[in-house]
Design a protein around this ligand. Sequence first.
Ligand code: GLC
Length: 453
Amino acid sequence: MNRRRRFSLLLAGLVVCVLAPVIQGRKAPNIFADTPAGTSVADAGRLDWWRDARFGLFIHWGPISLKGTEISWSRANSNPLCPNKGDIPVEVYDNLYKSFNPTLFDADRWAAMAKEAGMRYVVLTAKHCDGFCLWRSAESDHHIGLSPFQRDICGELAEAVRKAGLRIGWYYSPMDWRDPDCRTERNAAYVKRMQGQIRELVTRYGRIDVLWFDWDGGTIPWDQAATYRIVRQAQPSIIINNRLDCSFGGLSADRDMGPNADYLTPEQVIGAYNDRQPWETCMTLGTQWSWKPDDRIKSVDEVIRILAGCAGGDGNLLLNVGPEPSGRIEPRQVDVLKGVGAWLDRNGASIYGTRGGPFKPGRYGASTRRDNLIYLHVFAWDGPSLKLPGISSKVVGSRLLGGGRVSVRQTENGLDISVPAGDRHPADTVVVLELDGPAARLPAMDVPGQALK
Ligand code: GLC
C-alpha cells in the first residue's frame, strides 16, 4: 500500500470514527430502539427494493452550473431567516436561468450512465434551496419553462429512468431562499405554494419512488403533517428521508427521525453500523454538489470502498454528480462510474440484496451477508492474514469473488483468513465464506484491534 493510499484510508477511518457517532447519534434518544434488527420502522415491505438496491445516483443541477459555484449556497442572502451568504449577488444568481439552455441534456443518456454504474435509483434536485424548479411548475415564477430550454427536465428524466428499469426520486428543498414569504409572517402563503409544487411532483409523473427533503438548519414551518399526507396519499409506496421534520440542532438532523420518515441521511461520511434504522449516505463524487470545473474526483477504488463500507454498515450510498451547464456529464466522472459498474458486474453479489455484518466495519474493511454467505470486503491487510472473532456457525467453504486463492482457518477463538499478496485486489478483496446456516442469525460484532480511529 503506498503512502497516499494509507493516508486516505487513515483519513476515511478518522472521519468514520469521529463523525459517524455524532451523526448517527449515540446520545440521541433512539425512539425506534424496540424495532427488531433488520426491520424498517414504517413498513419493511415498502423499503425492500431500496435496501436491496444499495446504490443510487444523486444529481444536483440547475442554472447555477453556469457559474460552477455551489448550488444555492453561493447565492447572496435575501432573507435574514435563511443561512446562505454566498458571493453571487441576488440579481445575478436569480437571472441565470435566462441563459440556461442545456441543449446536450439527454435523459436516456443519464439513465444509461446510472445503470452502467450499477446504480438502481436516481434522485434529481427538482428544486434546490435557490427555488429554481426543473419542471414546469404552475406554482412558481422561477422554473425551466421560463428558460430558453423550456423542456420539462423532471418529466423527461422520470420517463427515461423508468424505461431503463431504475427507480426515480425527487430532491425537494422545503426552504426557498428566493421566495420573499418563506419563513416570514407570510410563510403560510409560501407553504401553500410549496405544497402545490410537491403535489405537482408526486402527481404528474407516474410512480415516484423516493422523496428526498433537505434541511438547512433553520426553522421548519412546513406544515409537516399535511405535507406528508399530500405525498403519501398520491404515492402510497414512496420512501421519504428524514429531513422534512428535523427538529434537532446541527448535524443531529441525521440522528433520528420523526414517525413519518423512512430513513436517516448521514452526509459526506459513511454512516456507522446501524441495522435498526434504514440509512443512506449521500456523498459527492467531486467536492461540490453542483458542477465545479476541474474538481477533484474520487477514484474508482475510493468509490468501491465507500460503497462496500456503506453496505457493510447496513446502509445505502447515494453518490452525487453535478452535470455541466450544457447538460453533459463530465467524461472523467462518467469514467469513474463505469469503473464502479464494471466492479459491480463481477462483485455485485456481495452488495445487492445483502445486509451489513456480521463483522462491523473496521480498518480492515467491512462485511455483508446474504443467505448462508458472508462476504468479507478486505480493504487493508495488516499482515499475512486477517483475524476475525469467532462465530457460532461452521465455515464449510470459502472462495474469492472473481477468482484467486484463499485459505480460512476456523478455531474456537476465531477465523484466520489469508489471501496471497498476488491475489489481493487493490480496492477490495472480496472473500466469500459459506456457512452451515443462515448468516443473518449471527449477531453484529466488532473486530478486535480493528476499530476505526
Ligand atoms: C447539504 C447541502 C445541500 C445538499 C445536501 C445534499 O445539506 O447543504 O446543498 O443538497 O447536502 O445532501
